[in-house]
Design a protein. Structure first.
Length: 270
């Protein structure tokens, strides 16, 4: 996997296919494999680029100058500059949409189209922010995600009736278990605190181009419920697509539906 040095740290990214560029922004706690079905489908006619979040995949430690989601947007722009990519079609899920929207607002000339999936540009509700911060403290203190916490964290990402013996669920649970103490303490936990203490930028959403923006959300998304997506789509003035039989990681839970929606959208906008 190629690597770029951004803010002094190695940022690994997948670069596959040829054609107009589609930049995929991943969810917290997932590496590029969360997009495996989309990479396969989209790279037939697009150049697909998937940067790994700091501390995820093979990417390095969260750089000390990373203080906000705006910094993640800035770092991604730096990657595009290094790759000499003038414009992208940005598809961001969860935190990928949070920094993705900020990138689109910061550098609209670099954005051809935007898909915001299972994400929210408002502040985290205080109750959930405090809940997540309590989990981060437990993980920090343990230097691991303790066994009981695995069965608290993993289900957050999926629809309620997911088969917990499935390869998708078990693979994610195993990936959480495999995070080293160093990654958790120096990258994963601080990145999580940064994400869940984000600023509310809902009032900036009308600046996005309604004609080239799409909001998508799993019908059963618990952490980012469809009501949040509906609120954003209304502010932008763009279409909202609900993804059946999917929770938060809709890209993996209903990949065929997501692929068709993305290919249709990109055919009209890329």
């Amino acid at each position: 996997m190629p690597v770029a040095i951004i803010d002094g740290q190695p940022l690994h990214y997948l670069d596959q296919g040829a054609g107009p560029v589609v930049l995929l922004g991943s969810s917290y706690l997932w590496d590029h494999t969360m997009w495996a079905p989309q990479i396969e489908a989209l790279s037939q006619q697009y150049r697909v680029i998937v940067p790994e979040l700091w501390g995820h995949g093979e990417s390095g430690t969260l750089p000390p100058q990373t203080q906000s989601l705006d910094d993640l947007a800035r770092q991604t722009l730096a990657l595009l500059d290094q790759l000499e990519i003038p414009q992208v079609n940005l598809v961001g899920l969860s935190v990928g949409g949070m920094w993705g929207a900020r990138l689109a607002l910061r550098a609209p000339e670099r954005i051809n189209s935007v898909v915001l999936m299972d994400t929210y540009l408002g502040a985290e509700p205080e109750a959930t922010r405090q809940y997540y911060f309590s989990l981060f403290k437990m993980i920090e203190d343990a230097g691991a995600i303790p066994e009981p916490l695995l069965d608290v964290v993993a289900p957050i990402f999926f629809r309620a009736d997911i088969d917990r013996e499935s390869a998708l669920y078990q693979g994610f649970r195993s990936a959480l278990q495999a995070f080293s103490k160093e990654r958790l303490v120096h990258s994963i936990v601080p990145l999580g605190r940064l994400i869940f203490s984000r600023e509310d930028i809902l009032q900036q959403l009308p600046r996005l181009d309604a004609d080239t923006t799409l909001v998508m959300c799993g019908e059963q998304d618990k952490p980012r419920p469809p009501a949040e997506s509906a609120e954003m789509a209304e502010l932008i003035g763009c279409a909202l697509t609900l993804i059946p039989d999917a929770g938060h990681i809709s890209s993996r839970e209903n990949p065929d539906f997501v692929n068709e929606a993305l290919l249709t959208f990109l055919a009209n906008h890329a």
